[in-house]
Design a binder for this molecule. Structure first.
Ligand SMILES: [Zn+2]
Length: 159
């Protein structure tokens, strides 16, 4: 196939608007409502192997057993890993650029088997270490909307 190169690229100007409503489902809705109304982090516990997962799941990801029991986990835990972000990029939670620097961590919540990703207030790497105790800080009453960002961030509770 022999094609002449284009002298000028072809552009198509359009403005796409794609509104949609996503159902969180019965289990995650209960999780989000507990964050909003009670400042609690809920998980579900497997009837067979007792694993505890958050956000709540209907089926165990280890043994495929039913997970019908809701339990509260956290709000404290330990840093499993962390990072401090120093270059700006689009925050997937909000769709806008997040101010830098900010901390991001994977947290092992007390009473939970899996790990929970969220933001850290601390951005000084010399003050962070694996295994350090942290606690969820919720947004004030009236500002929570039923989203995982109802937890504003996690803060260090031990040096
Ligand atoms: Zn299980």
């Amino acid at each position: 196939m022999n094609q002449e190169p284009l002298e000028k690229p072809l552009y198509i100007n359009l403005h796409a608007r794609l509104p949609y409503a996503y159902s969180a489902g019965r289990y995650v809705s209960r999780f989000l409502i507990a964050l909003r109304d009670e400042c609690k982090i809920l998980a579900t516990k497997c009837e067979r192997c007792s694993i505890v997962l958050t956000p709540p799941r209907l089926v165990c990801n280890q043994c495929y057993g039913p997970m019908k029991e809701f339990v509260e986990v956290g709000p404290q835990g330990r840093l499993a890993t962390f990072s401090v972000i120093n270059f700006p990029f689009i925050d997937p939670f909000t769709g806008v650029e997040r101010p830098v620097p900010y901390g991001y961590a994977i947290i092992q919540l007390d009473g939970c088997s899996n790990r929970f990703p969220h933001f850290l207030r601390e951005t000084d790497l010399s003050r962070l270490r694996i295994g350090q105790r942290v606690q969820a800080v919720f947004k004030p009453d009236g500002e929570r909307t039923g989203a995982v960002t109802d937890i504003s961030h996690f803060e260090i509770i031990e040096p």
